[in-house]
Design a protein around this ligand. Structure first.
Ligand SMILES: [Cu+2]
Length: 150
């Protein structure tokens, strides 16, 4: 096969992949329950949205954890008791907490596309996080193990 035909096949594959990626951004809901986010780990694609709902009952917020979002990604802090949404575009692992209930381990992880920063995030969490923030490590471990199985 000529190089030019290989290139055109690769180009066609790339374009069809791009079309699949561009189609139908989705919205994923994370329900604030008594002292947990459900689901606590969410897998989405770049451009999809995440909505935290039921935040008023019990007074929850969502605050990204410094050092545990991908480089170049936008950190966030919602108002306590208000539903909130983000549409992350940078691929990687994002971790967040509910500050009023961090002592209960109310926190979660969003994986956008490939979790390219999971090892760095895990290292950061183990070295830098203090007190109840360390409870995110168990959730990062689940993401790390799932990534290793692919
Ligand atoms: Cu809460």
């Amino acid at each position: 096969m000529k190089l030019s035909s290989v290139m055109s096949i690769l180009a066609a594959l790339f374009l069809s992949g791009a079309c699949i990626t561009a189609s139908a951004a989705e919205t994923y809901e994370i329900n604030a329950e008594a002292r947990v986010f459900n689901p606590d780990i969410v897998y989405i694609q770049p451009g999809d949205s995440v909505q935290w709902v039921n935040m008023a009952v019990g007074g929850h917020d969502s605050v990204s954890i410094e050092g545990l979002i991908p480089e170049g990604a936008q950190p966030w802090r919602s108002q306590i008791g208000e539903n909130f949404g983000i549409t992350p575009t940078v691929e990687g692992v994002y971790a967040y907490v509910c500050e009023p209930h961090i002592g209960f381990g109310m926190m979660g992880v969003i994986v956008v596309g490939k979790p390219g920063n999971i090892d760095a995030a895990m290292a950061f969490a183990q070295e830098k996080l203090q007190g109840p923030y360390r409870r995110i490590i168990g959730k990062l471990l689940k993401v790390q193990q799932a990534a290793a199985q692919k």
